[in-house]
Every structure is written in C-alpha cells, then in structure tokens.
Design a binder for this molecule. Sequence first.
Ligand SMILES: *Cc1c(COP(=O)(O)O)cnc(C)c1O
Length: 423
Amino acid sequence: MSTTKFGEYGGQYVPEVLMPAIEELTDAYERYVLENEDGFMDEFRERLADFGGRPTPLQRADQLSERYDADVYLKREDLLHGGAHKLNNALGQVLLAKYMGKERIVAETGAGQHGTATAMAAAHLDMPCEIYMGRRDINRQRPNVFRMRLNGAEVVPVTVGRGTLKEAINETMREWATSVEDTHYVIGSIVGPHPFPRMVRDFQAVIGEEAREQIQDKAGRLPDSVVACAGGGSNTMGAFHEFVPDAEDGDTTLFAVEAGGEGLFVDEDEGVAPHSASLSSGDEGVLHGARTKLLQDADGQIVESHSVSSGLDYAGVGPELSYLVDEGHVTPVSVDDDAALEGFHRLSQVEGIIPALESAHAVAFLEQQLGPDGVPAGTAERDLGDVIVLNLSGRGDKDLESAIEETEKRDIDAAPDMGVFHE
Ligand SMILES: *Cc1c(COP(=O)(O)O)cnc(C)c1O
C-alpha cells in the first residue's frame, strides 16, 4: 500500500463525491505503476523512448563551467518531444487511463504547456481529450490553444473566478467527479490529492534516474548539487527523486529555485503576492486536495501569485517538496523576475540554448551564487560544490513574445543590443 502522506503534508482533502475516483486511481497506480502489472511500465518506457526521444542528453556546459569555475552539466529536458519535461507525466497518465479502460481524458492547463503535452499524448494514444483553461489564459496563450486544437483536443473555457489556473483545476476536478466512470483527469504537476503527487513524481523520476547514471559516466562521481526550478515541482522532484538518498547521506545538495517575482511579501490589502515562492515563504494550508506550503493572507485565504514565467506562477507546491524542505533534504532558494530574464539571455548567448523562462530561474541562481558580480546583498551564500547538475526543464521558444516585452522593460547586462526590437 502507498501511504497518502509525506509527513504531515499531502493527504486526500477532497469532497466525498470524488473518493470513488481517487480510490480507483490509487488501486490502478499501485498495480500498474508500482507493480508493473501487464508490463505497464515497460510500455511506458518504450513509448517515452520512441515517441518522446528519451533518454535526453546530459551535456557539459563548457562556457558556463568556465564562468562559474565548476563543472556544470545540463540535463536537457528541453530536447524532449514538446520541448519540456511535461510529456513524461502526460504520457504516463494517458497510458494509465488506457490500462484502466477509460475512454476520455480531461486536463486543466494554465499557460497551456501541460494542456499541450496532454493533447499530444492523447493523440498519440488515440484518446479523446478535453482541456479546461481559464478564459483569461485562453486569450493570453493563443499559440498553445492552437497547438492543442491541432492535436485534436477540445479546449473548454473556464469563466468562474479570475479565469486562471486555480479555477481551471477546481473546474476539472468537478467535471471529473461527474464523469469518473469513463474519464481520467491528468493533473499537471506533483500536486492534488494522493495518488497524484507520488504518481506524477514516479513518471518524472526518469529525469534523475538518467542523470544520476550519466553524471557518473561523465564526471566519474555524484554531483555536489542538483539545481531545478520549482513551480508545482514536477521537474524538480523528477530531477531530485533518485538523488534523495544522496542528499540524506550529505553527498549532494538539492536546490529548488522558486520564482521570487518582484519580492517575497504578501500584499494583505490586495490579496496578492508578487511572487510564487511557497517553499521559501509560504505557510501550511490545504489547496487542491493536499496539505502543503501555500501563499495565503493572515486569514488563510489563498492569494494570487505572480511570476514572469507562467509555469512557475502557482500559489502552492507539491506536498513532497514541502516535506523534504522541512526535513532539510531540499534547500529552497529564489531569484526574482529580473534575474530570471538575465539567466534567459545568459544561457542563450553563452551556450546557444534558449531556455524556458522557468528554467532560466535555475540558471540565474548559478549566476547569483557563482557569477563574477558575487552574491547580491541580502541573498544567502550557498555551497554548490564542484560538480553541478542543472535540470533544464524546457526550451524557450514558447516564451519569445513575453521575453521581448520583458526585456524591453529592463536594462539587461547579458543582452548587449536589444535595440533590434525597436526597428
Ligand atoms: C510547467 C513548467 C515548469 C513548472 O512546472 P513544475 O511542475 O514545477 O516542474 C517548469 N519548467 C517548464 C519548462 C515548464 O513548462
């Protein structure tokens, strides 16, 4: 039996009507994923290879290594089909739905990255698919809406509340509760009620399994640190999971880089936080079926979060990460929007890799700790060691439009001549 909790975090805080669905899914998770019944995991791995392009490379970043006087290796999840780590989870869950005899997929999406990965996986496995998306996000993310439709998915607008990810998740859970007999809900990160946080982690753990072997081949030893950005935390736990025993032994430090946005505070009057750093500065509460660290006001109301990268813009975080932070095995850090933009330009210029704005936060953390300007005032100094694995969760093609806009607002050292945008 899989336990529903990570210490005091996690659990199954759902309405009674959802319990049958959760129990059926828990049973399927234990049989197919944990026990490989009917060869489920073998088929999953084979499809990840043939359709997804796994394994992804672990590449030594020569220029960054020189700049930071350390061996920096990039785990290239940007090279996975679809351009980010999200396919690992979407493919796993859609395949699981097939094994469960489900005939339809629903999923929620914020910026559209998870919706796109789910639509791709559903098309690949010939499953009808509906993606719930806030109306505001549909208007902001037209290319991803088009991508989902191209792959045959129906995009369903969610109009309640402010029309963003939080409302879309609630709406999808509600829809799932009424259609559980033939429908599986593909959640997009290591959040939600048990078994989702464990199951999504297990599908993403392939990142760290590959990286741990690859780094020993290439560097001849384990890394001193593994660095990954954290929104909900699926690329994070995917990269970390295999290294958690090394962290417990004190051999490897795991850094979860959160979106510091425009500063780590909560505006109580407005009910907003200009950041998304729930591990660094959140308090315990319940959101989307799980107890975890959350951004809340003094009354315990969830506040609106912010990040320049839509994939990190979430007021909660996976319960397992909350637990590992309390246990001292994961170190939460944050970098702000400006630093992330610098990281975006830095990696593009020195390595020829345009990172997702989410992944750029991880690059920015290295720059702050190891770059020539030294650690900024007010930021703690961290020991990253000599061998560093950075999980590059995705590529930045999806972010070009907002990168132009955000770059124009700023004076960016790593972007020498951005005048081209004004031509
Ligand atoms: C969605 C996304 C993230 C954030 O999601 P996690 O669950 O925190 O991994 C990070 N990077 C990229 C490229 C994404 O698309």
